[in-house]
Ligand binder design. Sequence first.
Ligand code: DGJ
Length: 562
Amino acid sequence: MQFKRVFQVFRNLTLLSVLAWLWAPAGFPAPTPSLPHLEKRGEVTQLLVDGQPYLMLAGELHNSSSSSVRYMEPVWPRLAAAHLNTVLAPVAWETIEPEENRFDFSNLDGLLAGARNSHLHLVILWFGAWKNTFSTYVPAWVKTDTARFARVQTHDGRNTERLSPFSSVVREADARAFAQLMRHLREVDAAAHTVLMVQVENEVGVIPESRDHSAAAEAAFSAPVPTALLGFMRQHRFGLDPQFRSAWEDGGAKSAGSWQDLFGHTPLTDDLFMAWQYATFVEQVAAAGKAQYALPMYANAALIRPNYQPGQYNSGGPLPHSMDIWRAGAPSLDFLSPDLYFNEFAQWAASYARPGNPLFIPEAQGGVPGAANALYAYGHLAAIGFSAFGIDDQDNTPLDLAGITNPAEHPDGAALGDAYAIVSKLAPLILEQQRTGGVEGALLEGPAQRSARIVLGEYTATLTPATSSAAAGRISALFIRTAPAEFLVVGSGDGQVSFSTDSTGPSIVAIQSIDEEFFDNGTWRAGRRLNGDESSQGQALRIQSKDLAQGRIYKVRLYRYR
Ligand code: DGJ
């Protein structure tokens, strides 16, 4: 019965969104006054767009794609056809302020029009003072004036191609430009809500040394740790990141002193010092933007490769061990995000899905691994969005444009779009069921991992590889509870799912039925009943790598007996 009710809500929601889509004159439904915002709903934090929870099925453009409206013209419809609903698009400082105090938003307006025409939302990436630690996207009048706009310096006094976060001149110029950008967005997009969120800067941090040695940086390094940070640390001591807390407590949990007094004479101290500086810089930029137009904002991190030290990785970026510093220093940011290309997806993603920090993954692998990871992120970690990098060449069709596309790099590029196609149909149900813990995800990251268990209500689902092959790839399954003993399951890869229970009552769990469900042209269509060889005579749900491309969703009913 309950399944019926949930399914009806789902059908109605889907029907409503389809109708709204058809009736919308210029792409989106009639505007509502509320801005896109994050809201705690039941057990999770969700992104609300025009009053409705929204799941971002996203991709990030290559760095240079959005610099040309013309280049983007054929790309937008392709991304929409690949079932994305959101595109992450850079907007560079040099593009909007080519001369000091002369702003030009024609490129941005062209991007908005292109996205709207293809019914796509945008997340704007502000390539301001930094992009991947460097300052390559700043206007020429900033880049060439090294006297006015100070650079990060090495220990022997050499300038680098990175603006210094210790320069108030840089900070104010960046904040002014960003405020103009947000003001313009308010003027042209406050009704349509094409833009959902904004990323402030891109992968900040300092390389190749662990900290800035400019004169201002040296002075700050030997000055006392700011009281604002110390107050935050004392107040949140028992909830601090364990590595950060140890760095402080190993030195006696001092309540005053220099950075090295508090955290020791280690490269990690340099990283924490830089984290505070980047965070407070980004805070001023984000706050100036929010004062104009208060969209959700976040900062993204380049993660740490095994055994890399601060300076080999972006020292000062919003990494797990410095998230507390970022939260204290940049309260205008709504969350911090990982750019997650590593195979250890589950571990890194979990380190960002913390209380008060909803998970959004702006950059990740696409293709087959992306599909598996996305299902897991939406299912297990209640991600508000997942986004694969370089999305403008994620499918099999070569982009006949600037020659930057190499389809050979993405032979399985369609897999993420296939996953998005299914998830977009299930999104209303996922978002509804997330509120009461009715959505889960399991992930196997390679042959070394033999099983993954998740608990949904009174049932435990165990995902294992379908074969014992050492070549078994990434396998995942997304579970949506539709009734106490009924689930919709979407799978990626070749695996199987068995069910058990740890709760009181009859201890044996068996499969009552497995049905295929498809969603074609706006309506549900039942497929085969799979109670024979296809489910090992009802012993396990079998998921197959072809399921995503074929749009297959499984409806599994369980029962218990003694
Ligand atoms: C991470 C950066 O944030 C992106 O802008 C891009 O440079 C990718 N790396 C390339 O892999």
